[in-house]
Design a protein around this ligand. Structure first.
Ligand code: ZN
Length: 166
């Protein structure tokens, strides 16, 4: 479906699992996560006090409540453990197939497993054990009112994974 001016109806809403869609530094305390995505890196936070690693990134350590956190890089490839493929009845704005996968990032990754969206993959092609790689997506900008200073456009990015062998 396409309806001009409404991003979700123009097939321009390609993200799922983006819990903090306003990415501007003024409004989002995990903005380094999005800055790192723009630089091509998938990252999350590690607590400098106790070493606990969290995903999604946090502003306070859930283990010791320290706010002294640092961003660390995650692998850009993983293997499919299990996945779902929605072919009929995908939500408004999404294209079929809508694929989500639980992936294994490897023994050496600070976060072993992630739930992610898979893009650039035809229906019926993905298999358990397939290798996927990170892909950074541009997402339509949000206009944000800033009082007397007028509106700013919040540039947006998000990520998904795609098959290594398409
Ligand atoms: Zn901690």
């Amino acid at each position: 479906m396409s309806l001009s001016g409404i991003p979700v109806l123009e097939d321009l809403y390609p993200v799922t699992m983006d819990m903090w869609p306003i990415e501007s530094k003024d409004f989002n305390r995990i903005h380094p996560f999005y800055e790192n995505l723009k630089a091509g890196k998938l990252t999350t936070t590690r607590c400098k006090a106790c070493g606990a690693v969290s995903y999604p990134p946090r502003v306070i350590c859930p283990d010791c409540y320290s706010d002294d956190l640092e961003y660390i890089e995650l692998p850009q490839k993983g293997r499919v453990i299990v996945f779902t493929e929605t072919i009929k009845g995908v939500p408004l704005g999404y294209t079929s197939p809508l694929i989500h996968a639980y992936i294994d990032l490897g023994e050496n990754s600070p976060v072993k497993r992630l739930l992610i969206r898979v893009v650039n993959c035809a229906a019926g092609q993905l298999k358990e054990g397939d290798e996927l790689k990170l892909v950074i997506l541009n997402v339509p900008s949000h206009p944000i009112e800033k009082g007397k200073t007028g509106n700013i456009m919040s540039e947006r990015v998000f990520f998904a994974f795609e098959p290594v062998n398409k």
